[in-house]
Design a protein around this ligand. Structure first.
Ligand code: LLH
Ligand code: MG
Length: 382
């Protein structure tokens, strides 16, 4: 069995998500957007897929970086292929990003699962068959009834509890939203949500990511009083020593790093430095499922939990295979959006949630995305 082609089919589909100038997602008018179906194809006809941003998996990346490593190789030699892609990443003039590394790694896993007729979490070794989800809100906005005030957050939190969520993470206001950032307004939103949902719901905060040490300390002390479960990325993660300082000054668990470059290696440094109490990884942050497992196992060896960043089949698969993680991050959510609506290019949602707030691990062969190939082929960008 060997890889004979790597392709990307770019297609259009409807979206109700708009991005602000800083790239944060908000609800918007229904419009069309583009996605790419990355496909790794083998000589026996087996295919593996990953749907992702077509700018990240653009032709240059496929032709000059993926194909020279993958063509002619056995698709099950994932660790070796990943390490060879890593060598190219060093010399790629930053064209092979961790996200592009992740996309092709996910496609290789999907291919293996489809070939063997197994969900990937079973192939790796399952730990669980479902995970509790926390509802992860979009960042704040200026739209009344949306996420424009502490009261809006409180009403939305009540609705999320009604939907079944046992945990909620607030993303509060970030520039270029009006009056953002403001740690006092963040505290008001967190207090309003705690008041609305009571003590039995786990609450977390992912605030503006560039607060000063003094603002981050003030905010953390207030979250402690409100009984929050963790405090995420209040400062620029490039300064690990700021996080070690913050963790040393607060009792609330600090979660990180999420965006700091350096995959599992930088996370080892954070664990050693005491810069976080709960480890963070996400498949698109560190280059795939394998490096995420390395991070989770590293954290386990430090008696630390490792919470997984973001939604989707790759992250769910990691959660399915590790013990030291509590939650699945479901979102991003907003009162004006129906998160349960199935995208045009899928036949079923990747993370359906029951009324008790649990998301099942997929039992489909592969990563668990039920890709609607007919839709994609009918809506190609030529
Ligand atoms: O900045 C944002 O819009 C969010 O923080 C987003 O990146 C989200 O993925 C996140 O950080 N979740 O934990
Ligand atoms: Mg985050």
């Amino acid at each position: 069995m060997k890889i004979v082609d790597v392709t990307v089919r770019v297609f259009v589909h409807k979206t109700q998500i708009a991005r602000d100038k800083a790239g944060h997602a908000h609800p918007g008018k229904e419009t069309e957007t583009r996605s790419g179906l990355l496909t790794v194809l083998c000589d026996d006809g087996t295919e593996g897929y990953c749907i992702y941003n077509p700018e990240v998996i653009r032709p240059y990346v496929v032709e000059k970086l993926y194909k020279p490593v993958l063509l002619g190789q056995h698709p099950f030699e994932r660790e070796r292929l990943w390490q060879e892609l890593l060598l190219r990443q060093r010399g790629s003039a930053e064209q092979l990003t961790d996200r592009a590394l992740c996309a092709v790694e996910l496609a290789l896993w999907d291919l293996a699962g489809r070939k063997l007729g197994l969900p990937v979490h079973r192939l790796i070794g399952s730990y669980r068959d479902k995970a509790p989800a926390y509802g992860s809100t979009m960042v704040g906005d200026d739209v009344p009834g949306g996420l424009s005030s502490p009261e809006d957050y409180a009403r939305f939190a009540e609705a999320l509890v009604g939907r079944g969520y046992k945990g909620i993470k607030l993303h509060t206001w970030m520039p270029d939203g009006a009056a953002a950032p403001d740690p006092r307004r963040d505290v008001a939103a967190c207090a309003a949500v705690r008041e609305a949902v009571g003590p039995g719901i786990a609450l977390m905060l992912d605030a503006y990511h560039w607060y000063s040490r003094s603002d981050a300390l003030y905010l953390g002390r207030e979250l402690q009083k409100l009984g929050f479960a963790w405090y995420e990325e209040p400062m620029d993660e490039a300064s690990m020593s700021s996080y070690a300082w913050l963790a040393g000054n607060l009792d609330i668990p600090i979660l990180g790093p999420e965006v700091a470059m350096g995959k599992h290696m930088v996370r080892a440094e954070w664990a050693k430095a005491g810069a976080c109490d709960i480890m963070r990884t996400g498949v698109f942050d560190v280059g795939g499922i394998m490096p995420s497992l390395k991070v989770a196992h590293l954290a386990e060896a430090f008696n630390m939990d490792c919470e997984i960043h973001g939604s989707g089949v790759g992250n769910l698969t990691v959660i399915g295979c590790i013990k030291n993680c509590v939650w699945y991050e479901r979102g991003l959510l907003h009162p004006f959006l129906d998160y349960d609506r199935v995208p045009d290019y899928l036949n079923a949602p990747v993370d359906p949630m029951d009324q008790d707030g649990f998301v099942p691990l997929s039992q489909l062969p592969g990563l668990g995305a039920d890709v609607n190939l007919a839709y994609i082929n009918d809506n190609l960008v030529r």
